[in-house]
Write a protein that binds this ligand. Structure first.
Ligand code: FAD
Length: 495
């Protein structure tokens, strides 16, 4: 007999609720714990998972395998080509191992919930207990309700309720201990699993460019130890200034832990607890402004997961605000391509899009700028941008990405009002005052001095930019703004 923990987006041993419960069950029954992870190429395709992210997960699995090995716990990893076969495969191996209990942490996306329901049914038929538990979010969906007893669709009152709930139930932030060691004989019993190597990426998601692969490994070292180190460094050195510097893309002042929260090499609970414990007040909202602000950003992640759990139709390419289903978008391939390549002629936009291609990451302020630019200045369907982000970001996460796009395109939950249209020039001047971020990512503009960097063809007269091969702006912001206002209003009129 054995107990199984099925890993998904929770690739760590520390503070992992599902894993800990599995381990306790195994200990109480005096049987070994076996861990498993399924590589599902069809899920990667369906969810537009970026090669950068697949690579990060596979690198993380190597770390996880060796950490578990130290505890005599085997990590079984298999690639299952068709996703409909995943539950069947899990059951097959679990039966082989004599597993009577399967634990896992819940993922809230529709496909994943359907898969779990299928597995639950099959487990019932076979007499196996299947235990999916809440772990990915700090407060599980369904715990917070507005006065009317409904899920909040506005962030601020939801945040108040989230903080109150955690202050009233501080044990929700307690860490789950790592798993117990397996008995020594597990090493020989599961020798074949211990000896099996981690699979390579499926061909469609493999990184073909060795230099890019190397770069990702050095910018984003994988595994939970790296996540802990980043968290510690951030809470020691940077969090106190976070409130005032988080919007400055050149300042390197944010935590850069999104990939870890997304892959589950770090629990959101661990991050919030670390911020609370280093805050002078030991509270989530009072004390240092930096701590409170950072915690409220992690809370955005929880908020979007609650929204996903409550309104699953957002998984089906539908806007949260269905009254915005009918906006007439432009389908201009050239504009879209220029946006993807960072060649729009708007330096701040191009810097961000090139940062994305280079390192699979964009600073949050710049994500908002480029998203607003795509949906409003170019009037391209925000879903194109949402997909491009998933295909390239290393931290791609459905709920946060969909939430961020909905916010910026004004079609999502608690969005910017549609008439709030970012002016890329003003955003650039305000948040990248000295043009440091632009100069870093758009090297052909590096020689442009002063504030012409924000608008090389307007203020800079364009000679230098032209010589450097930098493109002219592909739209005029004022005209584009007027067109967006009209179309958004028109879309509302039709629905
Ligand atoms: P920090 O500023 O240090 O914040 C700490 C953590 O809080 C982040 O790691 C993240 O988990 C969470 N967080 C911060 N801001 C947000 C936010 N606005 N929404 C949700 N969670 C937040 N984040 C992703 O993790 N994956 C995505 O695919 C993603 N796509 C986005 C798309 C758009 C259009 C926008 C506007 C935002 C998106 N975000 C996404 C949110 C945010 O940009 C990133 O989480 C953040 O930039 C990550 O950097 P950091 O870890 O240094 O963040």
């Amino acid at each position: 007999e054995s107990v199984v923990h099925w890993y998904k987006r929770d690739l760590r041993t520390f503070d992992n609720r599902g894993l800990r419960l599995a381990s306790e069950k195994a200990k109480s029954k005096n049987v070994p714990l076996i861990c498993m992870f399924i590589v599902s190429p069809q899920d990667y395709e369906a969810h537009f998972t970026s090669p950068a992210r697949v690579d990060f997960d596979l690198r993380t699995l190597e770390v996880l395998k060796s950490d578990l090995q130290e505890k005599n716990i085997p990590l079984y990893v298999a690639t299952i080509d068709k996703r409909k076969d995943v539950p069947g495969h899990i059951l097959e191996v679990c039966e082989k191992w004599g597993a009577k209990h399967i634990f896992c942490n819940i993922e809230y996306e529709v496909d994943e919930l359907r898969r779990e329901t299928k597995l639950m049914k099959q487990c019932l038929e076979k007499g196996i207990d299947f235990h999916p538990v809440h772990d990915d979010v700090v407060v599980p969906p369904g715990n917070l309700a507005s006065g009317a007893g409904k899920q909040y669709s506005v962030y601020s009152p939801w945040l108040k309720a989230w903080i109150k709930h955690l202050h009233e139930h501080p044990n929700m932030l307690d860490a789950a201990e790592p798993p117990h060691d397996n008995p020594d004989n597990a090493k020989t019993k599961y020798k074949d699993i211990f000896e099996k190597s981690i699979p390579t990426a499926p061909p469609s998601k493999a990184i073909k460019d060795a230099e890019y692969k190397q770069r990702l490994s050095s910018i984003w070292p994988a595994g939970e130890h790296e996540a802990q180190t980043r968290l510690e460094r951030f809470t020691k050195e940077k969090i106190k200034n976070y409130a005032s510097s988080r919007n400055l893309p050149a300042a390197n002042s944010t935590s850069l832990i999104s990939v870890h929260l997304s892959a589950g090499t770090l629990a959101a609970r661990t991050a919030v607890r670390a911020a609370r414990d280093t805050n002078s007040s030991r509270k989530l909202d009072a004390g240092s402004a930096g701590h409170g602000t950072w915690i409220s950003e992690i809370a955005w992640r929880d908020f979007y997961k609650h929204v996903l759990a409550n309104w699953p139709y957002i998984c089906m390419f539908k806007p949260f605000k269905y009254e915005y289903s009918d906006i007439e978008w432009e389908y201009n391939d050239e504009h879209f391509q220029r946006w993807c390549d960072g060649k729009t002629g708007f330096p701040i936009v191009d810097a961000a899009m090139r940062q994305c291609l280079y390192m699979g990451y964009i600073h949050n302020r710049c994500r908002m700028i480029v998203a607003s630019f795509l949906a409003k200045d170019l009037l391209l369907d925000w879903r194109l941008g949402e997909k491009h982000f998933m295909e390239h970001l290393i931290d791609g996460d459905f709920a946060s990405n969909n939430g961020g796009w909905g916010f910026s395109a004004s079609t999502g939950v608690d969005p910017q009002p549609y008439f709030r249209i970012f002016n890329p020039l003003l955003q650039s001047e305000k948040f990248d005052k000295d043009g440091e971020y632009i100069r870093k990512w758009v090297p052909e503009l590096a020689g442009i001095e002063g504030n012409a960097i924000h608008d090389p063809y307007g203020r800079g007269k364009g000679k230098e930019a032209e010589k450097a091969g930098y493109p002219k702006p592909i739209v005029d912001h004022k005209t584009a703004r007027a067109r967006a206002l009209e179309r958004y209003k028109g879309g509302l009129g039709r629905s």
